[in-house]
Design a protein around this ligand. Structure first.
Ligand SMILES: NC(=O)c1ccc[n+]([C@@H]2O[C@H](COP(=O)([O-])OP(=O)(O)OC[C@H]3O[C@@H](n4cnc5c(N)ncnc54)[C@H](O)[C@@H]3O)[C@@H](O)[C@H]2O)c1
Length: 320
């Protein structure tokens, strides 16, 4: 018996890397999986239908059930077809893992409009589209059965979306937006029995390769490696399952064998004008702000040590 026996899952961008690990491990836990992947380049160019099918073959060879889907998640209609495929093929839908992603890193002063649009489309709209169609399905189903459904959404942010990074303004904007999107959706869907959580994954993939290493897909690792993108899979399987039925609106960073819960944006400290019956003057505010801003600065929070010296945050982004 797997903890996801009888469940139906969609995983976007499951042809390579982190999403491939999710799809294989969800299937190993008993879920029937729609393996979505457009099959394009890491910059989001081109398409290849065989990429999703390759992962379906891995799942089937290991005794699981899966079907391939080559939809583009940035397409409203493509995402609808993908959600419909889950319901049409497997008779329902319980889990959606939004994971598909691309990169177009550039310093802000060199970033083209197309670099911005492509990254926002695949990540942000590519989270909205499947989520929107799945939530409409779950709301209808909840009304039909007269009670909340039991479903789970897992979204994919990044340490870059939570902490920022050089050369990734487009990606940071999209990933930070996804973290907040997840919380907003958790509020919208609570009454219908749908949980919404977010992960910031890690792993050496074709998108974020560790220097001078051949990219190894998660199902090819024979022993534990801190660089295996499949290390995120257990967290996603847990979030997809009833084991986390009281968890929604949460953000987790997963690196190697460590899971870190992140708090969302929240008030840190405040300064109030003396007397509290007027607005600040800029000069006096300046003195108070010194304490507010520089009195609370953190440093050295992320060293990469937890990930064998490799960290997405310490990855150098050259000016281009
Ligand atoms: N690898 C890391 O360390 C890391 C760190 C933080 C966040 N992430 C995020 O994890 C996710 C997976 O990244 P990865 O490192 O496994 O990269 P990857 O390139 O190995 O996998 C991403 C997959 O998404 C697919 N894809 C891209 N655009 C698509 C579209 N429009 N429709 C459908 N599929 C599409 C690609 O074909 C690819 O197979 C991304 O959202 C990425 O931003 C990864």
């Amino acid at each position: 018996m797997g903890i996801l026996d009888g469940e139906v899952a969609v995983v976007t961008g499951a042809g390579h890397g982190v999403g491939r690990g999710h799809a294989v491990q969800l299937a190993e836990a008993g879920a029937k999986v729609v393996v979505n992947d457009l099959g394009g380049s890491t910059r989001g160019e081109g398409a290849d239908e065989t990429v999703a099918q390759t992962v379906v073959d891995v799942i089937v060879e290991r005794g699981g059930e899966a079907v391939a889907d080559a939809s583009d998640v940035s397409s409203w209609d493509g995402s609808k077809a993908m959600i419909d495929k889950a319901v049409g093929t497997f008779g329902g839908l319980d889990i959606v893992v939004n994971n598909a992603g691309i990169l177009r890193d550039k310093m802000i002063f060199n970033m083209d409009e197309s670099d911005w649009d492509a990254v926002i489309a695949v990540h942000m709209k590519g989270h909205f589209n499947p989520t929107r169609h799945a939530c409409a399905y779950w709301r209808d189903k909840s009304k039909q059965i007269g009670r909340p459904v039991n479903a789970s959404l897992v979204h994919t942010s990044s340490s870059v979306g939570l902490l920022g990074n050089v050369g990734q303004a487009n990606y940071a904007a999209a990933k930070g937006g996804i973290a907040m999107f997840s919380i907003a959706v958790a509020h919208d869907m609570e009454r219908y029995g749908v949980r919404s959580n977010c992960v910031a994954p890690s792993g050496s993939t074709r998108l974020l390769p560790a220097a001078s290493e051949r990219v190894v897909e998660p199902d090819e690792y024979e022993q534990y490696s801190p660089r295996d993108p499949g290390n995120v899979g257990p967290l996603v399987v847990w979030l997809a399952s009833d084991l986390s039925s009281n968890v929604s609106g949460q953000m987790f960073l997963s690196i190697g064998g460590t899971v870190t819960r992140f708090d969302p944006w929240k008030p840190a400290q405040a300064v109030t004008v003396p007397g509290n019956n007027r607005r600040w003057q800029p000069a006096e505010l300046g003195q108070a702000m010194d304490q507010l801003v520089f009195g609370t600065r953190h440093s050295g929070l992320w060293s990469g040590a937890a990930f064998g010296g490799y960290s997405p945050l310490t990855r150098a982004v050259e000016e281009r």
